[in-house]
Ligand binder design. Structure first.
Ligand SMILES: NC(=O)c1ccc[n+]([C@@H]2O[C@H](COP(=O)([O-])OP(=O)(O)OC[C@H]3O[C@@H](n4cnc5c(N)ncnc54)[C@H](O)[C@@H]3O)[C@@H](O)[C@H]2O)c1
Length: 462
């Protein structure tokens, strides 16, 4: 008789929780049993329960003040935390104190005190935490990890990482809770936690010092005025400029947004479509950081949130050559705010060039679904099989802490106008597992040899 599958409860039933709900009701229905649902907002709780009911199940729902009762009555093994970032710590800590393991959405948390509380609860309770760093799991980013681990480009000395958010996705952080630093830590924490985690993971190291600049240059009243949107309102649903605005969000016209947010807003006043040109916004939309790693690498990082297209470019320069990954996730935003996507799912290119040799473009592995195929692979890992994790995809609270700490240090650097050391930011923060030494001892590149480096199979010399 096989063991019964683990029991799951989810707290925070907004947009992101949909991925976990769909997985537990669909592809992973046999890998885990959904036993409890919790949200501050009764409207979103109802939407989630109706979805579960449509799949033939009945799962009890609880308000935010019923979290402890949910754990007591439904006895989950694991709690999935998908609330806004400023509330993660509260539920992560409480879930562990009540005897549960945790899967939390990124970022682990937003500030040093909350991070210390999580690390302390982890030590006290012995329960485990997995951070949903889905970006790591994408097949293309894993291929880049293989390139770095192989030593083909030698010891990495410097990196350049530029991430572009378009006026559809990027603008979304300026419409709702993310737009206040107190809720999200700004994009240096909320968004860049993915990118800082990727750098830590790719490089097999953690930063020691960060120097940052950050400004809000686009999502400002002046931009709305310059676009001729002077008659704009405080939110899209009540805006005279709505038909002329390329940043509009039509909640009434989208069944998912309507049910989840528009029809639920009377309960808590959460407005999903506030004007992106409001002067109430206090997060940056244009950020730069110079990050010095313990292993000597210096990375230059750029994040902008108002681009016409969405994607990223990361380059690693080593003492034997360079490797570059170029991604276009979406090609353009149309004037009505909808998207032009490249052929499914995204366009990627990895070019490697060892010293004194011609560059070659790698053949890419297939990827299915969102976030470069990362979501699907991560869900399989989380719900089905975490064994043979040879690239160290599964991230725990230490990886979560060291990625969030880079964002915290960047935010501190903005205030201080100078470099910030990570040491002591969160006292006694343990180092994450750094998968093998990516620039290991063998690592002497001699020839283009797919027999020795299987990821070269199918590569095209340029
Ligand atoms: N990994 C990714 O690619 C990815 C993508 C999107 C969002 N996220 C993360 O998922 C989390 C949720 O983001 P979202 O876009 O779904 O936000 P959302 O606003 O759509 O959903 C948040 C939910 O939490 C609920 N909530 C708020 N306060 C609560 C409380 N005190 N107790 C219980 N529930 C509460 C809200 O009512 C809402 O239903 C964030 O941490 C975000 O960083 C991750």
């Amino acid at each position: 008789m096989p063991d019964a599958p683990p029991r799951y409860a989810i707290v925070g039933l907004g947009h992101r929780a949909t991925m976990y709900l769909n997985a537990l009701l669909g592809e992973h229905a046999r890998d885990g049993a959904l036993v409890g649902l919790c949200d501050l907002n009764p409207g979103r709780l109802d939407v989630a329960r109706a979805k579960v009911r449509a799949a033939g199940l009945e799962v009890p729902g609880y308000g935010a003040d019923g979290f402890d009762r949910m754990i007591g009555e439904t006895a989950p093994h694991r709690v999935i935390v998908a609330t806004p970032d400023n509330i993660h710590a509260q539920y992560i800590v409480r879930a562990m104190e009540l005897g549960c393991d945790v899967i939390t959405e990124k970022p682990l948390t937003m500030d040093a005190d909350a991070c210390a509380r999580i690390l302390d609860a982890r030590r006290r309770t012995g329960r485990s935490i997995i951070v949903g760093f889905n970006y790591r799991y994408s097949p293309v980013r894993t291929l880049m990890k293989q390139v770095l681990m192989s030593g083909i480009i030698g010891h990495v000395k410097s990196a350049t990482f530029e991430w572009l958010l378009d006026t559809h996705h990027g603008a979304d952080y300026f419409r709702r809770w993310h737009r206040r630093k107190a809720n999200s830590g700004g994009l240096f924490v909320h968004k860049a936690t993915h990118h800082f985690d990727l750098l830590n993971w790719w490089l097999g190291s953690v930063p020691r010092r960060v120097t940052a600049l950050g400004r809000r240059v686009f999502y400002r009243p002046e931009t709305g005025d310059a676009l001729g949107l002077t008659d704009r309102g405080t939110r899209c649903a009540e805006c005279a400029a709505f038909p002329r605005c390329g940043f509009r969000l039509d909640m009434a016209g989208d069944a998912h947004l309507r049910a989840l947010y528009l029809e639920s807003e009377a309960h808590d006043g959460y407005l999903r479509d506030q004007c992106v040109f409001s002067d109430e916004i206090d997060i940056e939309d244009s950020m730069n950081a110079m990050i010095e790693f313990n292993n000597g690498v210096v990375a230059n990082y750029t994040l902008t949130a108002y681009n016409p297209c969405e994607g990223y470019r990361v380059v690693f320069d080593g003492n034997r050559g360079r490797a570059e990954l170029l991604n276009i996730e979406r090609q353009a935003v149309k004037p009505d705010g909808s998207l032009v996507r490249p052929p499914a799912p995204e366009q990627d290119r990895i070019v490697v060039q060892p010293h004194f040799a011609r560059p070659y473009e790698l053949a890419l592995p297939p990827a299915e679904g969102l976030h470069g195929g990362g979501d699907r692979v991560m869900l399989r890992r989380l719900f089905r099989d975490a064994s043979n994790d040879q690239y160290g995809h599964v991230a725990d609270e230490r990886a979560g802490a060291w990625s969030a700490m880079v964002g915290m240090a960047a935010n501190a650097s903005l205030l201080r106008d100078g470099a910030v050391e990570l040491a002591g930011l969160v006292p006694d923060a343990p180092l994450p597992d750094l998968v093998a030494d990516p620039f290991g001892p063998a690592a002497i590149w001699q020839e283009f040899d797919p027999a020795r480096y299987p990821f070269l199979e199918g590569a095209r010399v340029l």
